[in-house]
Design a protein around this ligand. Structure first.
Ligand code: ADP
Ligand code: 5GP
Length: 196
């Protein structure tokens, strides 16, 4: 006999500018605690080095809009000219089965989640400073110089938007990786135990 959970899982949103360390942190979180990590759909072309970061389902624009029309996304946004979206059903099924779900998305998507799922915990990751963010974008070795510039220029806007929106429950600076991961683990444990 299947057992229904007493309470739904926690929807955890990690947000922050490209290169700040979201996928590195997510991987470490998934090693330390049980969280279900979503695979986003994107119209962005696959690039060498992609396998070291967030895992994507790379699809055409036609397919993206077909899924959007069929209401298959929990949230979606156009970021740096491409579309990104979180598939709705796997995430909602895990939540209703009592499993915690981790989304790694941009600010526009996080604001949609804030509105649609008020109980979600939203964490914005900040770089220690701008030169460090630029170095990390370069270190990732994945994007062209043009794409790195696009992401770096957008970072300031995203940080301002995140701070101005007041939608985020926590701001975490990813300076020393272990310290940032520990802080997020504490946040998740606090929320799991019913804390606000
Ligand atoms: P995002 O997923 O936010 O785009 P990544 O997780 O791909 O960012 O990280 C970008 C680069 O920065 C990677 O090369 C990663 O190894 C490195 N990195 C992430 N966090 C730290 C940290 N705290 N200190 C040093 N390097 C880091
Ligand atoms: P990248 O192409 O550098 O991996 O990601 C670009 C940006 O898209 C990052 O800010 C990343 O967080 C965001 N992103 C990735 N997946 C999703 C998603 O499913 N939804 C939204 N809204 N943003 C996403």
């Amino acid at each position: 006999m299947s057992q229904e959970p007493n309470h739904p899982g926690l929807l955890i949103v990690l947000c922050g500018p490209s290169g700040v360390g979201k996928s590195t942190i997510s991987r470490q979180l998934a090693e330390s605690m049980h969280v279900w990590y979503t695979v986003s759909a994107t119209t962005r072309a696959k690039r060498p080095g992609d396998d070291n970061g967030k895992i994507y389902d790379h699809i055409s624009r036609e397919e993206f809009f077909r899924r959007l029309d069929a209401d298959q996304f929990l949230e979606y946004a156009q970021v740096y000219g491409d579309y990104y979206g979180t598939p709705k059903h796997p995430a909602l099924d895990h939540l209703s089965a009592g499993r915690d779900v981790l989304l790694e998305i941009d600010v526009q998507g996080a604001l949609q989640v804030r509105f649609a799922y008020p109980r979600a915990v939203l964490v914005f990751i900040l770089p220690p400073d701008e030169p460090t963010l630029l170095k990390r974008l370069n270190d990732r070795g994945r994007d062209s110089a043009e794409d790195i510039n696009k992401r770096f220029r957008a970072a300031k806007r995203e940080i301002q938007m995140a701070k101005g929106s007041r939608a985020f429950d926590y701001m975490v600076i990813n300076d020393r990786l272990e310290a940032a991961v520990d802080e997020i683990i504490k946040i998740v444990k606090h929320r799991r135990s019913g804390g606000l």
